[in-house]
Design a binder for this molecule. Structure first.
Ligand SMILES: Cc1cc2nc3c(=O)[nH]c(=O)nc-3n(C[C@H](O)[C@H](O)[C@H](O)COP(=O)(O)OP(=O)(O)OC[C@H]3O[C@@H](n4cnc5c(N)ncnc54)[C@H](O)[C@@H]3O)c2cc1C
Length: 441
């Protein structure tokens, strides 16, 4: 009898697991995909909001393609409970599905600030395609948009809102903007850049309620004047989708704890993507990295192991990269490590900042900011990511960087970071493009 794989969640992690299983087994197993939404990538939603891409470009797999890959689907269905002893998942229509291998790839969901008015009409989250559709429909040139939260997700849609002609104001409760992505110096540079471009961003601003007045929303603040808006966006954080696993016995912390094979505490249950707490390649600790590259890598490694090709994962690199109105902002690895030795510099004549964090001779974290028109910014984003990811000892080059933290290219070349990274492939061999994966009938 063919082995039966059940995948819960059709986002980046689930879809990459499916294609990897099919790449390996050519159709020689049963796959059932249970997903609340049709497979798509959330990362492209900002481009849908700006109307740079149409809705059809958001999806990663059509039902036709899933059929070609011999994937049986339960789309629009949710898993509501799991019984690992009986190898069984129960769906929201009471269907029970047996599995040999299960992948949990249920991702995360947005969390709204717990204030009165947070759930009123006209208050949006921006996480799913449905939410993107609703927000896109409400935007007109001149629409007054108040965005609560100045973190990564808020910044991924900032350009789209400006492109759509929104009159945008952003409020952040923390003392600085991008509090989980850059330090005080970086946040100061971003805030000045945005102010110069006419976008109002206020840190240390606590919204206490959202009220209605004459068809408009009125944001009330702790110790500040009211602000009127037509549309409110809450980008106030996310949480992992674990509720349905309560009582299942699968070991969880903030996410599902997985080993280097992406296996959970149950040997035939895997977890991948935002929902999984797996190895961080810099710290060696377990962490949730709720980013697209981790979801893709987790999905592929879990898929390979589910298909019987034993594959060890070397861990994910935390990386946050976002551009706002021509300013590139990125941080990698342990960018906020209080124990690290720090080398940093700001250019006096242009918005450019480099912060390098060392443990011994190893670069374990970095922050980089600069204009996208400045060729060194784009180059150095890749170089710093490579240096942190390779983990190579920088030895004498560390002193060179101390003299000039902007001169990262020579250290990258001299220490062989590229040579260390190039032979590294996720599954130990070149990947097959998704469109070339074929299954036997
Ligand atoms: C606007 C936006 C911009 C982003 N930009 C970037 C970026 O630039 N770079 C980056 O690295 N990351 C970005 N991200 C984050 C990235 O999209 C996530 O890390 C990624 O989607 C995680 O993939 P996943 O497969 O783990 O989960 P998801 O993509 O969340 O997929 C999970 C799927 O499971 C389904 N599901 C949930 N619970 C159940 C259930 N009980 N039963 C059945 N199905 C269920 C959901 O409906 C969903 O389809 C962005 C996210 C957003 C929202």
């Amino acid at each position: 009898m063919a082995i039966k794989h059940v995948i819960i969640g059709g986002g980046t992690a689930g879809w990459n697991a499916i294609t990897t299983i099919r790449e390996i087994d050519g159709g020689n197993s049963e796959i059932i995909l249970v997903s609340d939404e049709n497979p798509y990538s959330r990362m492209v939603l900002p481009y849908y909001l700006s109307r740079e891409i149409g809705e059809s470009h958001v999806f990663t797999a059509s039902e036709t393609r899933l059929g070609q890959l011999k994937v049986e689907t339960r789309l629009g269905r949710r898993a509501v409970s799991l019984d690992p002893n009986a190898n069984k998942v129960v769906l929201d229509d009471d269907e029970e599905i047996q599995y040999d291998n299960l992948l949990i790839a249920t991702g995360s969901s947005p969390v709204r600030a717990p204030i009165p008015g947070a759930d009123a009409p006209g208050v949006h989250s921006f996480w799913t395609l449905d939410q993107a559709r609703q927000l896109a429909a409400e935007l007109q040139p001149g629409t007054r948009v108040a965005m609560i939260g100045a973190g990564f997700i808020s910044f991924t849609i900032l350009d789209s809102l400006v492109q759509r002609g929104a009159d945008l104001k952003i409020f952040e409760i923390a003392p600085r903007i991008l509090p989980r992505m850059v330090d005080d110096t970086g946040a100061g540079i971003v805030a000045k850049w945005l102010a110069d471009k006419g976008v109002q961003v206020q840190a240390g601003a606590e919204v206490t309620s959202i009220e209605e007045s004459g068809g408009a929303k009125v944001l009330k603040f702790k110790g500040g004047p009211d602000v009127e808006a037509d549309v409110v966006i809450m980008a106030t954080g996310i949480k992992t989708n674990l509720e349905w696993l309560e009582g299942s016995g699968v070991e969880m912390n903030a996410g599902i704890l997985v080993n280097d094979f992406l296996r959970s505490s149950e040997s035939n249950i895997y977890a991948a993507g935002d929902v999984a707490e797996g190895l961080d390649c810099v710290t060696g600790e377990k962490a949730i990295h709720a980013i697209e590259p981790t979801a893709m890598q987790h999905g592929r490694v879990a898929g390979a192991n589910m298909a019987g090709v034993e594959t060890v994962y070397s861990g994910s690199l935390l990386m946050n990269i976002v551009g706002v109105l021509g300013l590139e902002i990125a941080s990698f690895g342990s960018w906020d490590d209080p124990e690290a030795e720090v080398i940093e510099a700001v250019q006096p004549d242009r918005p450019a900042y480099r912060k390098l964090l060392f443990r011994g001779d190893r670069l374990t974290g970095a922050i980089i900011l600069g204009s996208e028109g400045d060729v060194w910014t784009t180059n150095d984003v890749g170089i710093l990511k490579g240096l942190v990811h390779s983990g190579n000892e920088l030895s004498a080059w560390k002193e060179q960087l101390r003299k000039n933290p902007f001169d990262v290219k020579r250290a990258f070349l001299a220490t062989g970071a590229a040579a260390a990274l190039l032979p590294k492939t996720l599954l130990g061999r070149p990947s097959v493009p998704e469109r070339d994966i074929a299954v036997s009938s």
